[in-house]
Design a protein around this ligand. Sequence first.
Ligand code: ADQ
Length: 659
Amino acid sequence: MPTLLPVSSRLVVALSVAVTVVLLVTAAVDIQVQVRNAEATFTAQLPVDQAAARTAELRRDLWADSLLRMTVRVVAIVGLTLLILRWTLSGSIVRSAAWLRDLRLGNPAAMLPAASGLFKPLVTEVTQLVRSLETARAAAAEEAKLRDAGESHWTAERLRVYVRSKLLARPLFVVSNREPYMHVRRNGGVAVMVPASGLVTALEPVLRACDGTWVAHGSGNADRDAVDDADRVRVPPEHPAYTLRRVWLSREEEEGYYYGFSNEGLWPLCHIAHTRPLFRATDWASYDKVNHKFAAAVLDEMRGTESPIVLVQDYHFALVPRLIKTARPDAQVAMFWHIPWPNPEAFGICPWQKELLDGLLGADLIGFHTQAHCNNFLDTVNGAFESQIEWERFTVRRLGRLTAVRPFPISVAFHETRPGERPPAPSPMTLLKPFGVTAYRIGIGVDRADYTKGLLERFAGIERFFERWPEFMGEFTFIQIAAPSRTDIKRYQDLVVAIETEAERVNRRFQTPVWKPIVLSLRHHSHEEIEPYYRAASFCLVTSLHDGMNLVAKEFVAARDDDAGVLVLSQFAGASGELEDALIINPYDTEQLASSLHAALTMSDDEARVRMRRMREFVREHNVYRWAGRLIGDLAAIRVESSDRPAARAGRPVEASGV
Ligand code: ADQ
């Protein structure tokens, strides 16, 4: 805004000068023609000296006349231009000033001026500014609310401050398979998508706090168009605060590394869910190659930095910690393993067990969701290598290096809401209407369509429930939201067919023209779409056969600001160790599952409220910002040791902070 008026004044001056020059040139040409014609006539009629005098006199008169007319025209044009500018600009400026004042005063009804023409870029920029202001205001309000309540819960803002104080100026790098922002072609343009993932919620505040770099697979079909020559793009698009470095994979690399070794090998290997892992040498070769590719990208980004901090995410990158640490012993590397770690016998069937363990032990810190997974990992290392395990401190010393192994149970963001702040949840009847079903109560399940989530076992439990308590027919319906996942793998394609067939079979047994026991919605839903189901359900059902943590259980609890609803949770999900007020079930025990559904639907409001309040207090306290804070705090507190450094030879212990 401040530069707009000087720009317009300069425009007027330039316009006036241009008009004057044009008028001058036209007048000069015109005068020249008139003088030449008159000169010819004078020369024919008068002696030479008189003709010359008359010509000179005529030229003088013509110039004087022209200059007078020109001055009048220029004054008129400049005046008119100034008047038009004043009318148009001053109106817009007054309106914009009023709009900005409303926003500054926090008036929610402040109307955005229409963004068009000259003002469009300005309005776009101010709109971004306003969004940042609103976000900062919301964060400050939330902080204030917590301060008022005398609480010290973790928030995105607190995490930002904490990370800055821990890392000081050290650069931060995150490595994950999935990227936080994806550019995709849509309706002839390019749209930016944020994949629904707890990881982005947790790590984005950290990256924003220190302007870090996130290295991930560029998987959007317009991703290449958005990056610069070094494959980087600044994100978030509307308010760039950190760098996303995209790594490109060929179709074969993606098949071997992602679908093959990661998801047909390691995923079933680590989950005890009775799906046999497939180990192909070609997949392993791809996994090894892609891990090298990602490590090279991280090292490239790290060039010129000192003592960088690296957070490697998940089972796709077991080899990356060692590769980074070998090239950059000054780096501090943490690996967070989001899935379970099985017992040594189960893990030992992997033909590349030693290579995987060696890669992981390159990290200074390895995190799992639960202590049991840490113990399994240490047992596996113990059996596979000559190494020294310190069980009291949960560390491994191998080849002169020390790796700490700790539990960091992941969680969700917990949004504080005041009573009445949000509109009431829609009724079960409203949510069921699009499916052509009428019932008064609903249960909800939200999962990726994955065999570890126990969806078939869940349907068996629901079938048994209606067999034992038929009075709930027509009264209660279970809604299963399932996002198809890893659909390039046959096991997953078969699973989707099995889920549909089983739901259909159970429905055929009990359904009436207006009611059915199971509504199946097989598609990806946004978090905003899922939330009303969480809020309206009498219970949420999680039947994982094995699960690192399970965020759905915590999302359900966080959504229930009415303190109602019951969580029915598998004992094989990491979350069951934390959410003790859930009804804990063994999903293989169909009778117990059916009884728990009955218990959830008949539980007194008072008991449900007491249980839900306790679970909500736990999730509020142990939210995803605390998870990220603890992980980074513990990593930053570890003294870097390597076989190249005297500290390693002196055998100094790893130190960790308690957050
Ligand atoms: P997942 O196996 O994917 O995660 P989970 O923890 O439940 O399992 O997280 C799933 C996420 O996807 C949730 O945020 C959920 O809302 C969302 N989601 C599920 N179904 C969806 C649908 N139909 N549409 C849209 N979104 C859907 C892995 C491990 C877990 C661990 C997490 C985090 O397997 O054990 O908890 O990582 O570490």
